[in-house]
Design a protein around this ligand. Structure first.
Ligand code: XMP
Length: 319
């Protein structure tokens, strides 16, 4: 019988009993799971927790600012903000293959995180936002033949050489329980009910080679799409929504002039398990408003399309 206030107290006690007076390090991504772990651990052990937030240059608009605002300024959590965007961009230069991009982004993340962890020699524990479905999935992957169509690098996969014990306080929870716990811990509703965002971020939403200029354009287009979805009360009716950058140019007109600029595709899906998905039947007016705003406000993009491919045969992401 599930009672949230009791559960919070119990979860806090468990963490305290587990880590004692040790220091704990957590990779905070801004996603639901790591955010809930940060809030829980902060409540349980205060300043024994240090979070590391890695900006890989492939995050959404103002993401770093929002994470620092919510956790460091509002909640008083110790967060180290590492701006590693130049390092990530440097290693991605010239790389076009989606899986290779994923590997590079995963590898650089581990490297940056490890360097930060070494600056905290007193840390004994690595906290992670592993939830019950992740536990089942990785157990399944070991027994069955792991069929990975795309390799999924998340904050996980940190090397054992870190020599840290694992603290995974969400291991027994389903996603909806994690959300309830987040609300009970006082996290903002928008943070707890966020769409998932892939570990490689915009790296797999910029088709082909990742460039700073593309990332900057895509961030702005994506923010407009999400703003309008929220304003129209469609954000929570979709499971995931985002813009994709297509590095091709097409001709347009603006004022008296001809433009020759890039294209973005909008993607919005409804799904239960992300294994299959339907494209969201967004109202035409909403789509029209988003397209107008993107083309008017994001100089460099002059055409917007809407992806009406289901999964299967499409995937949710374009890479
Ligand atoms: P696909 O594109 O495979 O996406 O239909 C299914 C779900 O997985 C997410 N996704 C990823 N998440 N690292 C992640 O952490 C990845 O490399 C990755 N690729 C896809 C995708 O956003 C969707 O929620």
């Amino acid at each position: 019988d599930w009672n949230m206030p009791d559960y919070v107290t119990e979860a806090i006690e468990k963490v305290r009993a587990q880590v004692g007076k040790d220091e704990v390090i957590l990779g905070l991504s801004g996603g639901v799971d790591s955010s809930v772990v940060a809030a829980l651990l902060h409540k349980a052990i205060g300043d024994q927790l240090t979070c590391v937030f890695v900006d890989n240059g492939l995050l959404r608009l103002n993401e770093a600012e929002q994470v620092m605002q919510t956790f460091a300024r509002n909640l008083g959590v110790k967060v180290i903000h590492v701006d590693a965007s130049a390092q990530f961009m440097g290693h991605l230069a010239g790389v076009t293959d989606p899986e290779q991009k994923r590997r590079i982004i995963g590898r650089e993340f581990v490297e940056v995180f490890q360097a930060e962890a070494q600056k905290l020699p007193k840390a004994r524990w690595l906290a992670q936002g592993t939830i019950y479905p992740d536990v089942i999935e990785s157990a399944g992957a070991k027994t069955k033949k792991a069929h990975t169509i795309k390799s999924h690098h998340n904050v996980g996969g940190l090397p054992e050489t870190l020599n840290l014990k694992l603290c995974e306080p969400l291991r027994e929870l389903f996603k909806d329980e994690v959300r309830e716990l987040g609300i009970a811990l006082g996290l903002p509703h928008e943070m707890v009910y966020r769409h998932p965002f892939p570990g490689p971020g915009l790296g797999v939403r910029i088709l082909g080679e990742v460039k700073q200029e593309y990332a900057d354009l895509l961030r702005r287009a994506d923010a407009i799409f999400i703003d309008e979805l929220r304003a129209a009360d469609w954000y929570e009716k979709t499971s995931q929504a985002f813009a994709v950058f297509l590095p091709v140019k097409s001709v347009g007109v603006m004022g008296d002039g001809r433009t020759y600029d890039y294209v973005v595709a909008l993607r919005a899906v409804e799904t239960q398990d992300f294994m299959t998905a339907r494209w969201a039947q967004l109202p035409y007016e909403l789509l029209g408003r988003v397209a107008n705003r993107i083309v008017n406000e994001v100089r460099g993009i002059n055409r917007v399309t809407y992806d009406i491919t289901g999964k299967p045969p499409g995937t949710i992401e374009w890479e």
